[in-house]
Design a protein around this ligand. Structure first.
Ligand SMILES: Nc1ncnc2c1ncn2[C@@H]1O[C@H](COP(=O)(O)OP(=O)(O)OP(=O)(O)O)[C@@H](O)[C@H]1O
Length: 308
């Protein structure tokens, strides 16, 4: 999909919220959109999802899209399962298949018990699970998530992380906004910032950053996944060649120079089956420094401080 000279303003005399936006949205990519409150992120996402039209410019090549809005209209005259089944039918699914998928998604997000609850009576979090499920029902080629994690409990947030990784691994595209800078940390293929009505790409770290990375700080990733999908000791074929050791509670601890942590997180999230990231922490000493042997049992505990 391509946005060419796209602008959007609300009302013929309203200020331009977006101006001259040039953006390529490739297949099989995860794109993060950032910006301050009111900068126009939701406006951009609505245009991408096709539920709003540009005031000027063109959008071409739109794939089959689904959207989780920032505010979901919860007071609808349906039960949770009834609403999802209804939407599944609108998306062209046959009744039984729509009902099956509705149940499946509610189960996956831990909301199966609320299938017969009327939408107006759902808690905010459960209502948000329905909002996410409605977007996933029809397996969209482009999934647009506007703060979709907000209000979800931890289990459901983790499920949504995995679902995003699965969609991208299957060749779909996901565009998301989230207030948590650690959301899907390192997994995004590109990050864009909406600022002064423009959509600008974030600069990625270049080769110079990589050159100094090995001597720099480390990151410890605690993850859960299929142990046989990673080698038992050092893994040069993984980004950054992480040191690998058993972590707490059956997790695996991967220690990698900070400059490679984004790429490693992406590799884990898009592995088949995807790994579940339990924690990402800064390591106290440089990777490979004498006595630190990151990831081994006698290594000093990593700092608990979250990464910046
Ligand atoms: N339907 C609308 N009618 C009029 N103005 C609107 C409408 N939607 C958004 N705006 C205005 O467009 C600007 C950008 O809003 P938008 O919701 O896109 O920003 P945002 O970056 O998503 O903000 P936030 O981080 O607070 O969610 C704001 O000034 C907002 O008031």
């Amino acid at each position: 999909m391509r946005l060419d000279g796209v602008g959007r303003r609300y009302g013929v005399r309203g200020p331009w919220v977006l101006r001259e936006v040039q953006l390529d949205v490739p297949e099989g990519a995860l794109l993060r959109v950032e910006g301050t409150n009111g900068s126009g992120k939701s406006t951009l996402l609505r245009l991408l999802a096709g539920i709003d039209r540009p005031s000027t410019g063109r959008i071409t090549g739109r794939p089959r899209s689904a959207y989780v809005p920032e505010r979901f209209p919860a007071a609808l005259p349906f039960t949770a399962a009834g609403y999802l089944t209804h939407l599944g039918r609108i998306h062209g699914l046959r009744g039984p298949e729509a009902a099956r998928r509705a149940t499946e998604w509610l189960e996956r997000f831990g909301a199966a018990g609320h299938a017969p609850t009327r939408m107006a009576e759902l808690s905010k979090g459960t209502s948000q699970k329905v909002a996410v499920a409605q977007a996933l029902l029809a397996e969209p080629e482009l999934l647009v998530l506007d703060e979709a994690w907000t209000g979800l409990d931890r289990g459901a947030r983790d499920v949504l992380d995995r679902v995003v990784a699965e969609r991208v691994a299957d060749g779909g595209t996901v565009v998301f906004v989230d207030h948590d800078p650690q959301r899907l940390a390192g997994a995004a293929d590109a990050r864009y910032r909406v600022t002064d009505g423009r959509v600008v790409a974030h600069e990625e770290s270049g080769p110079a950053a990589d050159a100094t990375a090995v001597a720099g700080p480390c990151v410890v990733i605690e993850a859960e996944g299929a142990p046989r999908s990673l080698p038992a000791a050092g893994a040069p074929q993984l980004p950054g060649g992480p040191e690998i050791a058993p972590g707490p509670d059956g997790t695996t601890r991967l220690t990698v120079p900070a400059a490679h942590s984004d790429a490693l997180l992406r590799a884990l999230l898009t592995a088949r089956p995807p790994w579940h990231i339990r924690a990402v922490t800064a390591a106290p000493r440089p990777h490979g420094a004498p006595g630190t042997a990151p990831g081994t049992d006698d290594a000093p505990a990593p700092d608990e401080a979250p990464l910046p």
